[in-house]
Design a protein around this ligand. Structure first.
Ligand SMILES: NC(=O)c1ccc[n+]([C@@H]2O[C@H](COP(=O)([O-])OP(=O)(O)OC[C@H]3O[C@@H](n4cnc5c(N)ncnc54)[C@H](O)[C@@H]3O)[C@@H](O)[C@H]2O)c1
Length: 363
């Protein structure tokens, strides 16, 4: 298929793009590099630096079978400080994209939604039928895009999928022969056995490079814990602060549902194939099991072998105690299930962290 991947120079878009290239698709990445990195664009994809508003219409007019839409601003705190930026960028950008799809007759779209649409849940695990009560403009803008997708499906016959990601983690080892069209290049690694990562040189062959999380600022727990691990290992000091240990959870720290980026990416390929004209479907993507902040810290200590210094700070306003997905719907409809556990996520993220810090190092 000819595919447009918006945000394909970012964390998740680059990994999904790499899987799509390995699966034999013709991939064009559209990314304005506002938070992405040109060197993360999947090998074998065509890269266009540009925006949804200005460049998507021209690219889609050239003919495309589907759009995978990752491009967005995604910092909850920033969205509280600058709500209009989020409405303009996430909703406005997505509406421009949908109009370009309508004009060009592009039939399908897979959209990156988020657990943030649910806000403070009444029940866990959270099902897709739970009320959407976002507590930030970030979550609000994603709900608004979902509404627009339903409308474009109903009014214009577009086939749409919204995938509501929970906490995405881990890294993906692009195969050394990526982009060559070699069969079996996809899904080269992970399931990383044992501590220290480097799961990538697994069944799929040697690793070319790692694609992983490089946000600035980084707000996600695992890369932040691993950054402290690296700094502690070098004797550079620093420590981790966990926000609150008085939540109604078994160890008092917040519980989140982590999903490996490679498992998440696989779900996109299934969703792409399952798009039906005129239908908008919504699926949660999580592992259906929660890990507390202290459990994540313990896993990071085990994988890195570093006694990562950490302290407990006050709660952060607006953090729900427990966020865990029900992924029963996507299991039943698309046959997807997560294959990699928290150990694999941390091991692969650690391999990526070290590969970034020491270019040329063999994973
Ligand atoms: N990372 C997570 O845990 C997580 C969880 C839930 C949902 N999501 C969603 O998944 C998507 C990808 O997240 P990510 O972590 O890879 O983020 P990211 O910031 O790494 O990637 C987003 C990419 O989109 C690009 N971009 C942003 N606005 C653009 C625009 N208007 N035109 C063109 N390019 C633009 C950025 O440069 C970046 O490369 C986002 O939509 C995010 O809201 C992520």
């Amino acid at each position: 298929m000819r595919l447009l991947v918006t945000g394909g120079a970012g964390y998740i878009g680059s990994v999904v793009g790499a899987l799509l290239v390995a699966d034999g698709h013709d991939v064009t990445v559209l990314d304005d590099l506002s938070t992405g990195h040109e060197d993360a664009v999947p090998t074998g994809a065509t890269f266009v630096q540009g925006t949804l508003r200005e460049d998507a219409p021209r690219l889609l007019a050239g003919g495309a079978d589907a759009v995978l839409h990752f491009a967005a601003k995604s910092l909850v705190g920033e969205s509280m400080a600058k709500p209009s930026l989020y409405w303009e960028s996430n909703l406005g950008g997505s509406l421009a994209l949908l109009e370009a799809m309508r004009a060009a007759g592009t039939p399908r779209i897979v959209f990156s939604s988020t657990a943030a649409v649910y806000g403070e849940p009444e029940q866990v695990p959270i099902e897709e039928t739970a009320p959407t009560r976002p507590t930030s403009p970030y979550g609000g803008s994603k709900v608004a895009v979902d509404t627009a997708l339903s409308e474009y499906a109903r009014m214009h016959g577009i086939g749409a999928m919204s995938l509501r990601y929970f906490n995405v983690a881990g890294a993906y080892p692009e195969a050394a022969d990526a982009g060559s069209g070699a069969p079996g290049a996809a899904d080269a690694g992970s399931g990383a056995p044992g501590a220290g990562g480097a799961g990538g040189a697994g069944a799929g062959g040697p690793v070319g490079r790692w694609l992983g999380e490089r946000h600035s600022p980084e707000t996600h727990l695992i890369p932040n814990v691993l950054a402290v691990a690296r700094s502690a290992a070098r004797g550079d000091g620093g420590h981790l602060t966990l926000f609150g240990d008085d939540y109604p959870t078994p160890d008092g720290t917040c519980v989140r549902d982590y999903i490996h980026v490679a498992d998440l990416a696989r779900a996109h390929l299934l969703a792409l194939d399952a798009c039906q004209p005129g239908q908008h479907r919504v699926y949660n993507l999580g592992s259906e099991s929660g890990s507390s902040n202290l459990e994540v810290l313990a896993e990071c200590r085990a994988v890195t072998g570093v006694d990562i210094p950490a302290e407990i700070g006050p709660r952060r306003p607006g953090d729900p105690a427990v966020l865990v997905a029900s992924s029963a719907k996507i299991r039943a409809d698309l046959g997807w299930r997560p294959e990699r556990d928290l150990r694999a996520m941390v091991a692969d993220a650690w391999a990526f962290t070290r590969a970034m810090a020491e270019p040329g190092r063999t994973p």
